[in-house]
Design a protein around this ligand. Structure first.
Ligand code: PLP
Length: 290
């Protein structure tokens, strides 16, 4: 049997149902997280729970559980579902109330759900790299909130999928912001460059792990806005996310990045990332860098 979390209890997944007037369903009025599970252990769990708290605070929903309670629940869910390699998806909405854009000030209980999914590491893509397209960023101005309102993101991802691409790299006028569900990095003359964590992008946990690893090694890193031109003239390009890890980008709008193969700094960061996974979650059965 598969289990899910609904409002603080672990129940049979097929019995986890929410109200048709839940504000998440009607307005996307809520926030979410995706947490990676390797070898049955949650990777960067505290960071994800802290961001979940920040996202919900920023839209005025307070967590009905302590971070410790939530962590215990998620760990129990992973155990009960016997999940080894996969993800935990968790979302919290403002709750159910008669439909009205303005929300009731009091007396509304947030709806929290979480479930697990098996999800192998994308090892083939991590080896070869992926293709992308460049697209205008049409999203709102609070992209720092991991909100359930994902229309802009999914329209971008759909455009990429229609062109057999893995991701859409978005830009606001000349500045590259981020992917539809990932952060974007370029490498130029040995320096790793990525957009600063401001309201134009989602501050990725994976992005932060990569920056920490650069700082802890000899790789120079800069968080600063970079242009479409810098992207097109980069030595290496990669994206990062919980499910994609450090993913090499080898094509943008049908043009190859350099010679069309993952670059040496991207490879180094992939190796460091695998080290961090193994440090937190134990030996990986399937490694990209051996
Ligand atoms: C979740 C997300 C990311 C990546 O964040 P991680 O914490 O690394 O998974 C990047 N951009 C957007 C828009 C996202 O929703």
């Amino acid at each position: 049997m598969e289990f899910a979390i609904l409002n603080g209890s672990i129940i049979n997944r097929s019995e986890a149902k929410v109200d048709i007037e839940d504000r998440g369903y009607q307005f996307g009025d809520g926030v979410y997280e995706v947490i990676r599970v390797y070898n049955g252990k949650l990777f960067t769990e505290n960071e994800h729970l802290a961001r979940f708290g920040k996202s919900s605070e920023s839209i005025d929903i307070s967590l009905p559980y302590s971070v410790t309670e939530l962590a215990n629940l998620l760990e129990e869910l992973v155990l009960k579902n016997d999940l080894q390699m996969g993800i935990v998806y968790m979302q919290m909405t403002r709750g159910a109330a008669p439909r009205n854009h303005a929300y009731p000030a009091k007396g509304i209980t947030p709806t929290l759900v979480a479930y697990t999914k098996e999800f192998p590491r994308p090892v083939d893509s991590l080896q070869t790299g992926v293709k992308t397209i460049l697209l205008d960023d049409i999203r709102w101005l609070r992209c720092d909130i991991k909100s359930l309102n994902l229309l802009g993101n999914l329209l971008a991802k759909q455009k990429a999928a229609e062109q057999a691409c893995y991701e859409a790299i978005q830009h606001r006028s000349e500045t590259v912001t981020e992917g539809s569900s990932s952060n974007i990095f370029i490498v130029k003359n040995g320096v790793v460059i990525t957009h600063p964590s401001d309201p134009f992008i989602l501050k990725g946990i994976t992005k932060d792990v990569i920056i920490q690893q650069c700082l802890a090694s000899t790789i120079q890193v800069e968080e600063r806005p970079f242009s479409i031109e810098e992207l097109q003239q980069a030595d290496e390009v990669f994206l990062s996310s919980t499910t994609s890890e450090v993913m090499p980008i080898v094509e943008i709008d049908r043009n190859r990045v350099k010679n069309g193969t993952p670059g040496p700094i991207t490879r180094k960061l992939q190796a460091l990332f695998e080290k961090e996974i193994e440090k937190q979650c134990g030996a990986l059965p399937d490694k990209v860098i051996v």
